[in-house]
Design a protein around this ligand. Structure first.
Ligand SMILES: NC(=O)c1ccc[n+]([C@@H]2O[C@H](COP(=O)([O-])OP(=O)(O)OC[C@H]3O[C@@H](n4cnc5c(N)ncnc54)[C@H](OP(=O)(O)O)[C@@H]3O)[C@@H](O)[C@H]2O)c1
Length: 238
């Protein structure tokens, strides 16, 4: 099993950082949807209940992906739906987990991250796949804040490694009511596509990629931590 799972964000934003209006996407750009499909295919997608139910019924759960949907609705949390690739969850999903809570710093603060990590790592098909946080506003904000404030040491503890932001920049103001968080300086723009044009929307857009800016020194430190973690696990097994 991989030592950790990469966590990425994927979003499409208008030129004010807007992502949605009246609980749906304010634009319809088929190539953008195909791009989303190609990037997330075969991986884990994490979303809020509102975003999940904004997907047309015949397209949900998203196929060939593990759909993890955050909700506190007790009915949905029963997971009586018959889909193998759909789990409604919240931070209490593993209330009886045997995870050793005493060894973990800020346990209460980060229960959200543990639950996500365990859900993915316990899944026989998706345990080694990347995780994509796909929205909406509440979910982007929560994971962006939780993951970004972790030190490198902690990301290893949580088996999660924040990695990339895939952002489609749509050059128009759609007067949205929900927004992507402001991208902080620790992410660097590493690539962008040619300018594209959607005729029906009459709008230009580009696919951008940001990466978490780990300096070489930090990466070396992370590798040492990973090594320590392997040795520690070996000690426990032995
Ligand atoms: N442009 C894009 O790339 C993009 C992508 C995705 C979504 N969107 C847009 O974003 C908008 C929706 O965003 P939103 O912020 O209103 O809704 P959301 O983030 O999709 O979902 C919010 C819901 O998720 C659940 N939730 C949130 N945090 C939770 C937590 N910590 N634990 C358990 N459950 C939690 C709650 O569900 P319960 O009320 O059931 O407890 C909450 O009502 C829509 O307009 C959608 O189209 C845009």
């Amino acid at each position: 099993m991989a030592l950790y799972n990469y966590v990425n964000f994927i979003t499409a934003c208008d030129n004010k950082g807007g992502i949605g209006k009246n609980k749906v996407l304010p634009w319809k750009i088929p190539e953008e949807l195909r791009y989303f499909q190609s990037i997330t295919n075969g991986h884990v997608v994490v979303m809020g209940r509102t975003t999940y139910f904004s997907i047309p019924e015949n397209f949900r759960p998203l196929s060939n992906r593990l759909n993890l949907v955050l909700t506190n609705d007790p009915e949905l949390l029963k997971n009586d739906h018959g889909y193998d690739n759909l789990k409604f969850f919240n931070k209490n999903y593993y209330t009886n987990s045997s995870h050793n809570k005493n060894n973990i710093p800020n346990y209460q603060d980060h229960l959200e991250l543990f639950t996500l990590s365990i859900l993915v790592r316990n899944n026989p098909v998706y345990c080694n796949r990347e995780i994509f946080i796909i929205g909406g506003e509440k979910i982007y904000n929560m994971y962006y804040n939780l993951l970004n404030r972790l030190s490198l040491d902690e990301t290893i503890v949580y088996d999660l490694q924040i990695y990339k932001i895939y952002l489609t920049y749509i050059d128009k103001n759609y007067k949205c009511d929900t927004f992507f968080p402001k991208i902080t300086e620790d992410f660097k723009l590493t690539s962008y596509s040619d300018k594209k044009y959607d005729e029906k929307e009459n709008v230009n857009y580009r696919f951008l990629k940001y990466e978490k800016n780990y300096t070489i020194l930090k990466v070396q430190k992370r590798n040492i931590l990973i090594l320590q973690k392997i040795l520690l696990k070996k000690e426990i097994i032995d």
